[in-house]
Write a new protein. Structure first.
Length: 129
């Protein structure tokens, strides 16, 4: 003989429909970390730029080297604006904290091309020629 089944209360029944938020709202800590990372990248880039500028001003650059340096800056500016534009496409406007964190990501993506070139040039200054 089987026992009669008791009805399970609705609160204990598994839900088949799980609703997930469409956009994850960043916390205060995540926003602070994004801004801190941007600041550290900026400081590292400035230190590397100082090394490169010091090395390049000690010698008399040729017109070809001046053109190369100028071209490098233009390429970095184009890459920076493209990266920032790509970040702005999905920019959140629903939450101030999400916007605060998103601005840090936008600016970090804009600094990245300059940072990469400054570090590469600083590495080249340390290598013996």
């Amino acid at each position: 003989m089987s026992e009669p089944e008791l009805p399970i209360p609705a609160a204990f029944q598994p839900s088949l429909r799980i609703e997930m938020p469409s956009v994850k709202t960043p916390s205060h800590v995540a926003a602070a970390l994004a801004w801190s990372e941007l600041g550290l990248k900026w400081m590292e880039m400035m230190a590397a730029s100082g090394q490169v500028i010091a090395r390049r001003t000690r010698r008399a650059p040729s017109p070809v080297q001046l053109f190369t340096m100028g071209s490098e800056k233009v390429e970095a500016a184009i890459a920076s604006s493209n990266a920032m534009t790509r970040q702005m496409i999905g920019f959140p406007t629903h939450d101030p904290m999400a916007m605060w964190s998103a601005w840090a990501r936008v600016l970090a993506s804009g600094v990245a091309p300059y940072h990469a070139r400054a570090k590469r040039n600083a590495r080249a200054t340390r290598m013996p020629r």
